[in-house]
Design a protein around this ligand. Structure first.
Ligand code: ZN
Ligand code: ZN
Length: 264
């Protein structure tokens, strides 16, 4: 199976002891590409470092809504400079989190909007985090997503919201919760998303798929997401995995591994 984990946090402290081993095991498990996603300036910088160290890891840089309130005026220039790095393929993760509300909502909305503008200016896709803020995320996208593309990562909204995002030209990324035994709505959405707009991810070290819930998540487990999504769609897992890899390459502007355009 050829896999693309489109959303990982390998910079997380949980990988401090064995990061390289985790990366190599993921490769052995068929993970050909990974996007490592930043949440603040520090993790964004670490994402770039990982993407520089490993040719099959790419970086996204951005400020998570949890950290919106910590953004100082001087930090914007730092973020913009990092966003221009050649290994940076997206602005993310950005969005709204009204579940934990770690930053005041007006600050979350302002930082989200500014990063949408940054992405538009740099012509990069966005990776959107939305937790319990579906209506507000759609409102902001309705007003500010013109000229942008991106992905709703770890999608948790309704099918109506998925359709709204698909109409905007966005992708829908499915994470480990699709494998959970009590998951009803998400498998149904994973079944209905058009095949050319579907991505898969781990969001590791969080959201470990069944049957490893409670254990640390890592990119090799994206295979379990691929298998579950393929099962609900009645498709071959390897073909589904391959399709999501190609989709990820299309969205992030990454060459498909093993494909040499000069031979065409
Ligand atoms: Zn997220
Ligand atoms: Zn994440």
């Amino acid at each position: 199976m050829r896999l693309f984990d489109t959303h990982a946090h390998l910079d997380d402290g949980q990988f401090r002891e064995d990061r390289d081993q985790v990366v190599q095991q993921a490769r052995t498990a068929g993970v050909e590409l990974i996007v490592n996603v930043g949440c603040d300036l520090v993790s964004s910088r670490q994402s770039i470092a990982l993407a520089t160290a490993y040719p099959f890891i790419y970086a996204a840089v951005g400020i998570h809504p949890h950290d919106a309130a910590n953004m100082g005026s001087g930090d914007w220039a730092v973020l913009a400079e990092m966003a221009g790095h050649p290994r940076v393929v997206a602005i993310g993760e950005i969005g709204l989190d009204f579940y934990r509300d770690r930053s005041p909502r007006p600050a979350q909305q302002e930082v989200f909007s500014k990063q949408l503008a940054l992405a538009r200016r740099l012509k990069k896709p966005v990776i959107i985090h939305d937790r319990d803020a579906h209506g507000e995320v759609m409102d902001i996208l309705k007003r500010q997503a013109g000229g942008l593309t991106g992905v709703l990562h770890c999608f948790s909204g309704s099918w109506e919201m998925a359709q709204f995002c698909l109409r905007l030209g966005f992708y829908i990324s499915i994470a480990g919760p699709v494998t959970y035994l009590n998951s009803r709505q998400l498998p149904e959405i994973a079944r209905k998303v058009p095949r050319d707009r579907l991505l898969i991810e781990t969001d590791c070290p969080y959201l470990t798929p069944h049957p490893w819930r409670g254990k640390r998540n890592d990119p090799s487990f994206v295979r379990l997401v691929a298998e579950k999504v393929a099962a609900v769609r009645g498709e071959d897992p390897a073909e589904l995995a391959w399709q999501t890899l190609v989709n990820g390459c299309t969205l992030f502007g990454i060459p498909v591994p093993g494909y040499d355009p000069t031979t065409i």
